[in-house]
Ligand binder design. Structure first.
Ligand code: G6P
Ligand code: MG
Length: 219
């Protein structure tokens, strides 16, 4: 049987992946660095400072800033992001996600959150769904970022679930790699996730019955 289901947040439960994009876009424009949705694909699931490092490299500005200037630029992006997420309400939960999580919970399967965002709790609070998670990864304690499996393994451990009997849901390529590296079954939502065990284009296509069947079929 299934021992846990662990969700990513940004781009899976709510479309904050788009707000991260807009905030980075604003910063990149100010720095004169080209930035588009395609490049942004590389940043999904990637931590704040690592994302900035990739953006600077893309603009051939890797050596243009001191460490403390890089911190300031990362904070600047976070200010833009925080502005954007101020407008979040429960209406911004992606279609079907709340119902999906409630259905899983109704079968007494523990539900976890594996987001590397330092804004994760603010977002969950704005969406009014904090109570739907039995455990949320503590970013401060995660040493290796996705695609390393650490974050998904940590959440499984906290939920006392065997990763091999658990399912992870992600919208990022590095996220799918993190899930699979942990030995969990990977469900991908969105594009460029061919590597996932089960892939859908949109959250509306996620059906708990189907996920369960696909998972059990793979065993
Ligand atoms: C998630 C998002 C990334 C974001 C990261 C850190 O993984 O997919 O786009 O860079 O969290 O978010 P934070 O809110 O801490 O800057
Ligand atoms: Mg994501």
């Amino acid at each position: 049987h299934i021992e846990a289901v662990v969700f990513d947040l940004d781009g899976v439960i709510t479309d904050t992946a788009h707000y991260h994009y807009l905030a980075w876009k604003q910063l990149a424009d100010e720095l004169g660095i080209p930035f588009d949705e395609d490049f942004n694909e590389n940043l999904k699931g990637v931590s704040r400072v690592e994302s900035l490092t990739l953006i600077l490299a893309n603009g051939n500005q890797s050596d243009a800033y001191t460490d403390s200037e890089i911190e300031d630029l990362a904070s600047q992006k976070n200010e833009y992001y925080k502005q954007l997420i101020q407008q979040l309400t429960p209406e911004d939960i992606l279609p079907g996600m709340k119902e999906l999580i409630e259905e899983i919970r109704s079968e007494s399967i523990p539900v976890g959150l594996a987001s590397v965002s330092k804004n994760a709790q603010t977002v969950l609070h704005a969406l009014e769904i904090e109570h739907l998670f039995d455990y949320c990864a503590d970013v401060a304690k995660i040493k290796q970022s996705k695609p390393d499996p650490e974050i998904f393994l940590t959440v499984c451990e906290a939920l006392e679930a065997d990763p091999a009997q658990s399912i992870g849901v992600e919208d990022a390529k590095v996220g799918v790699q993190s899930i699979q590296g942990s030995g969990m079954y990977a469900v991908g939502v969105g594009s460029y996730l061919e590597q996932a065990d089960l892939m859908v284009n949109e959250t509306t296509e996620l059906s708990w019955t189907q996920i369960k069947q696909a998972f059990l079929h793979k065993q």
